[in-house]
Design a protein around this ligand. Structure first.
Ligand SMILES: NC(=O)c1ccc[n+]([C@@H]2O[C@H](COP(=O)([O-])OP(=O)(O)OC[C@H]3O[C@@H](n4cnc5c(N)ncnc54)[C@H](OP(=O)(O)O)[C@@H]3O)[C@@H](O)[C@H]2O)c1
Length: 356
């Protein structure tokens, strides 16, 4: 644990606060009873109110953006407890040099420190890793897998959003079925906010509206995270769909042995029965009898449902989350709570909306 938190507020800062995950970090931090947000950066919007970028926060804060250099200056005067880097991959590994010395705990939301090998990074991200010396110092920020390590962590690599959608439901099954797993296919439907706040050709309204676009049927870089954490081979194919927030992953698992649904229940109950944010949704009837990302908007919950295809034996798993919360900012705060010895759910108890 990083110092005993005796109810004092953690002095926190966000680098990259004008983006979508930065906005969610702001929203969560402002509601968090033990975080005091002291500085939020934007290079392009310095001195503007953060509510210009995040109008949903009107009335909740009078913070203004500062340049990253100003945050460095403040951190040199008095060290922060917690800094989040909500910056693009490739940038975070440049920024850590400056920001690590300024804080007790640093959480990076980019992909720069999730993979354990510099070669893997180069293979999947197409560029050389400039800080391979730090790769084994970061803890992968998924509390369901690394809770005890996160309690001691100073550097945290927050997982990717689609990686989270596959790793949480598959980890207990990968451990239990091991060599009996013949094939795993993860087909994910992904909301547009996963692409960040900067527009591109694919996010232009006429090109995005009404599409179900397969954008990386093979070779998506989050596959590397999935395989690293699961220790099995995974075929991952994401699709861009019209929703703004949310991921629904439909996972097809083929096994080389007999099993019954009650065995799956028992594996999941043993692994996740006590998890504060993992829920199981598997009802006989009703519109929402399986996980539905729309109901999880704005929440840190992660829902899992499953069904055995009695005809083929295939196990079909449905997993849903909000990419910006459990897939990014919420998971980052959950990990930070652990690092400071706080109750893991602090600031993250919000439930979803219905109708949403
Ligand atoms: N969107 C998701 O669902 C999601 C989920 C999990 C993880 N992530 C990861 O989280 C990170 C942020 O994603 P996002 O969706 O929030 O992206 P975004 O909306 O594009 O925001 C990126 C932020 O980074 C800042 N920035 C860019 N270059 C910078 C630099 N050199 N120095 C300092 N600040 C810089 C930008 O601020 P200024 O230009 O104003 O300075 C902006 O605020 C990415 O690495 C992404 O892969 C995203």
């Amino acid at each position: 644990m990083n110092g005993d938190n005796d109810g004092k507020k953690l002095r926190a800062a966000i680098v990259g606060g004008s983006g979508y995950t930065g906005g969610e970090l702001l929203r969560i931090a402002l509601e968090h009873p033990l975080i005091k947000l002291e500085a939020v950066t934007s290079r392009g919007q310095k001195r503007r109110s953060v509510t210009k970028a995040h109008p949903n926060l009107r009335g909740a804060t009078d913070l203004r953006f500062v340049e990253p250099g100003e945050l460095v200056q403040r951190g040199e005067e008095k060290k922060f407890d917690l800094i989040f880097l909500a910056t693009p991959h490739g940038k975070s590994m440049e920024l850590v040099e400056e920001f690590i010395p300024l804080t007790e705990v640093l959480v990076d939301l980019s992909g720069d420190f999730r993979l354990r090998g510099a070669e893997e990074y180069e293979q999947w991200y197409g560029k050389r890793h400039t800080r391979p010396d730090l790769l084994d110092k970061f803890v992968y920020g998924m509390p369901e897998l690394y809770r005890s390590q996160l309690r001691e962590a100073r550097l945290i690599a927050s997982p990717g959003c689609t990686a989270t959608s596959a790793i949480i439901p598959l980890k207990p099954l990968a451990e239990s079925f091991g060599k009996d797993i013949v094939d795993v296919v993860v087909d994910a439907k992904v909301g547009s906010s996963a692409g960040g706040a900067s527009p591109n050709a694919g996010s232009h309204h006429p090109e995005r509206r009404d599409v179900v676009r397969s954008y990386a049927p093979c070779g998506h870089r989050h596959t590397a995270e999935m395989e690293q954490e699961l220790g099995i081979s995974v075929s991952f194919s994401p699709h861009a769909v019209e929703m703004v927030r949310g991921i629904l992953a439909t996972i097809h698992l083929s096994l080389d042995r007999e099993y019954e649904e009650k065995e799956i229940w028992s594996i999941y109950r043993d692994s996740y029965g006590e998890e504060p944010f993992v829920r199981f949704v598997k009802e006989r009837k009703g519109l929402y009898r399986y996980p539905e990302p729309k109901l999880l908007r704005g929440t840190n919950f992660f829902e899992i449902g499953f069904e055995k295809d009695q005809r083929t034996g295939r196990l079909v798993i449905m997993a849903a989350l909000d990419n910006l919360v459990k897939g990014a900012a919420g998971q980052a705060v959950q990990a930070a709570n652990l690092a400071f010895g706080l109750e893991e759910k602090t600031g993250l108890g919000r439930v979803g909306l219905h109708p949403a």
